[in-house]
Design a protein around this ligand. Sequence first.
Ligand code: CAA
Length: 384
Amino acid sequence: MSIKLTDEQLMIQTMVRDFSREVIAPSAIERDKKREFPAEILKQLGELGFMGMMVPPEYNGSGADTVSYVLALSEVAYSCASTAVAMSVHNSIVCESILRFGTEDQKERFLKPLAVGKILGAFAMTEPHAGSDPVRQSTKAVRDGDVYILNGTKRFITTGKNSGLVIVTSKTEEEKRHKGITTFIVTKDTPGLIVGNMEDKMGLRASDTTDLIFEDVRVPVENRLGDEGDGFKIAMMGLDGGRIGIAAQSIGVAQAALDATVQYAREREQFGQLISKFQGLRWMVADMATEIEAARQLTLSAAVMKDREENYTLQASMAKLFASEMVNRVTAKAVQLHGGYGFIREYPVERFYRDARVFTIYEGTSEIQRVVISNHIFRDKRTP
Ligand code: CAA
């Protein structure tokens, strides 16, 4: 690896790797089959300091850097991508947004329990008719004295059912487009907040993805995150960090697919020899490993830039784009290299392939990442 990891980063990586392989991996296939949310595992990750990784210790967090976070999330995803997505949304979008934009009171009330995993966080921006274009969302927040009254439906919300609070975006001024969007922290026990349909998904089946319906939900003014009109920026900045998380998740799943394939190729014989001896298959494995390493470097580079407090929007989108497309290629090859066994539930590559499919879709599709990247290129005055 080109960046030299510190002793602390290496220690975190080893600790999560051990936990992931000993505690998370053994039951991952069963959880996927039963669509069982990894509540107990996330609780333990919270106790170990992995649910508020980049939150400073004064708010109960671990005060770790983004590089450590990438390493940890990849290790969790290696065993269970469903656990990793809940961990990613919670750490990257929820905790970091409250840390950056929350008041002291909000940090006290919400960030502290989030950072130890006492409650889980969700982020609700997508709606049935507003996915890639969140400016056209129709959830509305109308101020009434000391409260805002929220009405609308959010869709595809990760941890929608099992979260304790949700950061929700809504329109406060229709005509102002993105400057008319405001974010609120809403606890799940707030009257009028209903958990709707739980999606029956192709992959990430142990993670819950639901509608969240807001029916005259009264949110106190002190739960508004940032100022009125700051919501779009808060969401976009949260998604920058979130996209590094999805890239890390992609790397973990891809590495798991590669390792399973190498192990299989070392055991499986055809035509009187191990299939690992066939050059055609060896070259596929070489391409898989090279692509994973490229994604890892791109993702760590974005993480380093974030840790240096540089603008990393471009690098986060590049990492998310490349890593999520990479894991789809790698898991497809892993299934292919397993032959018929790659197509059945007993072998983990079948799950990796299904789980990876959504990575090019959520937290900004590949097409949206290309919009972000090309906008940056053409905005640069040096580009002809
Ligand atoms: N950081 C800070 N500010 C940003 C920003 C960023 N990364 N990106 C945009 N902004 C600001 C711009 O500077 C601009 O502000 P000013 O007017 O003050 O200059 C404002 O936001 C509007 O920017 P754009 O004109 O670029 O906005 P746009 O409407 O053209 O949209 C977009 C840009 C990139 C397409 C954006 O809409 C986008 O990212 N869409 C995808 C949404 C997405 O990722 N959805 C997934 C939801 S989460 C999820 O998947 C669920 C889950 O739980 C896993």
